[in-house]
Design a binder for this molecule. Structure first.
Ligand code: GTP
Ligand code: SPV
Ligand code: MN
Length: 579
């Protein structure tokens, strides 16, 4: 398959450790996909859905303890503990290799070891990175085939180079007590064992593209971010590119695929990516973004023709559904899908289901679908240069506090806003849901090095781009006293994007507040929003912000001497504005 000795000797080394019965080098062909699908169907680990209604679609149910990323079992293994920073779990690299080797030892006996060469980023792009994942899970292979450009194409791009991320993944006993997701940024290596779910197991995604990626970005002068990338086309045909960082399950896929409501004539949204962006300084002094992924691993519950028609259209074929409900018609369903709910089915735990009881789908149930099937996919999505970014949005779930939208005063004010972002936790990670946590740039689970250094990299990037994007903060999730969302969200978010784009063009009227510029007017024609609700949506409550600032100060203090002085300056400036 390859004459690359760096690669073959590593594969040999891992085979000696894990002792598989056979080794399969993935070529990425359709024949290979069909053969693997048959194998996994026969083993009972995948179910075929109605091939008339959902051609090429399959259902997977995972063990109940393996349904989301496990952040408490995720480690950054740098030789110096301080380099991982206070927001990461750390393990000594030698100790980690030893501990995981014991679990990997003979773990593939009698089974197939798959070798998946893959590219993150468009083939041939100077910004792309190569990874090679070893895994004993055919389900992971099928997912990686959708999420990355894998097989022959990646080996060709790699050639004889040693410049690839060594990604080792094994199911072992799928035992949560023997589960570790370890990153060795100094060795460009990832070892993950004991989980076969999403970000824990599809190592090109969060592990390579964000944790290893952010570490490399810090060293090489670029940014690896948890961001969607979209183009907004106005009625004159002008396209403005926007990148947005929201924490997991806070609306990136939905915004990236937005369908403008009928009231917004002539506007179109083009999707470049829904989860990860790699940002580089271009020769023209602008910031350019590529999407390293080739597919969407999106949250199913809440996805409907009403909220996200483009996602629904994308997942009608060649899609793997994980932990959704199977209907008696052999199709899929989840909470929040349109139409009449089914009267019976098999729930995500494999039990008979009837309405009114427990949810049919796990709240973090997901679909894995090829990006090119998305009706709104941009003609530029595989452009090796990427797209030039005019606006960066930070946002999260804050039922109180943050206004619907505001523009930060400058790049460094934007960095401050990103660094102090917070959101209520969701089902995308194991743990309690709905508690406020600080999540700088939506990267708290994904930053592969000291976050103080990461903020410094953001500040340095700002000084290197002559025409930096404007930075905004958005919050679609503000609620009233009864817990109802004040803002309709989804397609109507285009109204907010319109103001953002006007601001990028030097138009769009604003009023100054201590935290940034608020819109003087947001287009709400036809929305029927009472003025009192609009007031609430844009309220900057002094007492609430003073309490918030105290909490921000506590959080920032945790970064110690590594916190850039620029961040403290912005903090003090903000305190002054409120006093
Ligand atoms: P990850 O894939 O985990 O990174 O998530 P994501 O950021 O792509 O989130 P996604 O778009 O899948 O949305 C997650 C949840 O937020 C879904 O249940 C959506 O229905 C809900 N959501 C998305 N956009 C909006 C919005 O504008 N308003 C409201 N109220 N809910 C939204
Ligand atoms: C997220 O949790 O942000 C995801 C899903 O996009 S996972 O790939 O599991 O990380
Ligand atoms: Mn994500």
């Amino acid at each position: 398959m390859t004459s690359n000795k760096n690669l073959t000797s590593w594969v040999d080394q891992i085979a000696r450790l894990t002792r598989p019965a056979r080794i399969h080098w993935c070529d990425g062909s359709e024949e290979e996909r069909d053969r693997l699908t048959l194998e996994i169907l026969r083993s009972g680990n995948l179910e075929e859905l109605d091939q008339q209604k959902l051609p090429g679609c399959y259902l997977r149910r995972t063990p109940q303890h393996d349904v989301a990323r496990t952040e408490q079992l995720t480690f950054i293994c740098t030789s110096e503990k301080g380099d991982a920073g206070p927001t990461n779990n750390w393990m000594n690299p030698g100790e980690a290799y030893q501990k995981l080797s014991k679990i990997f030892e003979n773990s593939m006996a009698g089974r197939t070891m798959f070798v998946i060469p893959f590219i993150m980023g468009p083939a041939g792009s100077p910004f792309s990175k190569i990874g090679v994942q070893i895994t004993d899970s055919n389900y992971v292979v099928l997912n990686m085939r959708i999420m990355t450009r894998m097989g022959k194409i990646a080996l060709e791009q790699l050639g004889n180079s040693n410049n690839f991320t060594r990604c080792l993944h094994g199911k072992a006993d799928l035992d949560i007590n023997n589960r570790f997701i370890c990153h060795f940024p100094e060795d460009n290596t990832i070892w993950s064992v004991g989980s076969a779910y999403g970000g824990n197991a599809l190592l090109g995604k969060k592990c390579l593209s964000l944790r290893i990626g952010s570490y490399l970005g810090g060293k090489e002068g670029w940014l690896a971010e948890h961001m969607l990338i979209m183009g907004v086309e106005d009625p004159h045909g002008k396209v403005t590119y926007v990148a947005a960082a929201f924490p997991s399950a806070c609306g990136k896929t939905n915004l990236a695929m937005l369908v403008p409501p009928a009231s917004q004539k002539g506007y179109k949204v083009w999707t470049i990516g829904d989860d990860i962006a790699w940002l580089h300084v271009g020769d023209d002094g602008r910031l350019w973004a590529i999407n390293p992924e080739a597919g969407f691993f999106g949250v199913a519950p809440g996805t409907s023709y009403k909220t996200n028609p483009n996602a629904m259209a994308t997942i009608q074929k060649n899609t793997i559904f994980t932990n959704v409900l199977k209907t008696s018609e052999n199709t899929v369903w989840w909470e929040g899908m349109d139409g009449v709910p089914p009267t019976s089915g098999i729930d995500w735990k494999g039990r008979p289901w009837a309405p009114g009881g427990e949810p049919g789908a796990h709240p973090n149930a997901r679909f894995t679908a090829p990006a090119k099937q998305c009706p709104s996919i941009s003609s530029e999505w595989e452009n090796p240069k990427g797209v030039p970014i005019s606006a960066i949005l930070f946002g999260g779930r804050r039922t109180k506090l943050n206004p619907l939208v505001y523009q930060t005063f400058s790049w460094n004010d934007g960095v401050y806003t990103g660094a102090t972002m917070s959101s209520e936790t969701t089902a995308a990670a194991m743990g309690k849901v709905g508690v406020v946590r600080r999540d700088p740039m939506a990267m708290i689970p994904f930053c592969g090095y000291h976050m103080g250094d990461y903020f410094k990299n953001w500040i340095t990037m700002g000084s290197r781009v002559k025409n930096p994007p404007k930075i905004f903060h958005v919050n679609w999730f503000r609620t009233d006293h009864d817990g109802r969302f004040l803002w309709p969200g989804f397609g109507e978010n285009l109204r907010v994007l319109k103001w953002i784009i006007e601001r990028c063009e030097g138009r769009g009227e604003a009023v100054e507040s201590p935290i940034g510029f608020l819109p003087k007017l947001i287009d709400t024609t036809g929305l029927n929003i009472a003025p009192s609700i609009l007031n609430e949506l844009f309220k900057v409550d002094r007492d609430a912000w003073l309490a918030e600032l105290e909490d921000q100060q506590n959080f920032l203090s945790g970064f110690g001497a590594k916190l850039p002085a620029e961040i403290w300056q912005k903090y003090h400036a903000l305190v002054k504005k409120f006093s």
